[in-house]
Design a binder for this molecule. Structure first.
Ligand code: ADP
Ligand code: MG
Length: 137
């Protein structure tokens, strides 16, 4: 079993589609190990997205991620990291496959509804960022 981090971003929370997005993932047999509502400061959003520091979209990304409440979830499944990236779809919803979360719920490359960890290293780091005690049931 593998764990990964899902964030439902401020655009999707504001659109009240968190329930629909969580249903999508649980229907794909992910187990929800942890779930919390949170409001990031610009500083904490910058810390979370440190790998993107210096990129042209970094400032707008941290402003967006700190613009409203988010939902953070730890999901468990065999091959969870790759599997969740497939369910989530491409970064730009225009390139996302039919049936993916971003195809249905994302507005643009910037406001794209969800985040999903992209490797075992980032999953470990990102889960620890939000759930440092890691005492999952
Ligand atoms: P992903 O979330 O698919 O892993 P990246 O790690 O490349 O994508 O980028 C992190 C986030 O930064 C994206 O989800 C998106 O919100 C934002 N982003 C990435 N590229 C762009 C871009 N060219 N313009 C605006 N926002 C972007
Ligand atoms: Mg990424």
């Amino acid at each position: 079993m593998e764990r990964t981090l899902l964030i439902i971003k401020p655009d999707a929370v504001a659109k009240r589609v968190t329930g629909k997005i969580l249903q999508r993932v649980t229907q794909q047999n992910f187990r929800l190990c942890a779930l919390r509502s949170e409001r990031l400061t610009a500083e904490s959003a910058g810390g979370f997205y440190h790998v993107h520091r210096g990129k042209p979209f970094y400032q707008s990304l941290i402003e967006f991620m700190s613009s409203g409440p988010i939902l953070v979830a730890v999901l468990e499944k065999e091959d969870a990291i790759k599997s969740l990236r497939e369910v989530v779809g491409a970064t730009d919803p225009q390139n996302a496959r039919q049936g993916t979360i971003r195809k249905e719920f994302a507005e643009s490359k910037g406001h794209n509804a969800v985040h999903a960890s992209d490797s075992p290293e980032s999953a470990r780091e990102e889960i620890a960022f939000f759930f440092p005690s890691a005492d999952f049931s």
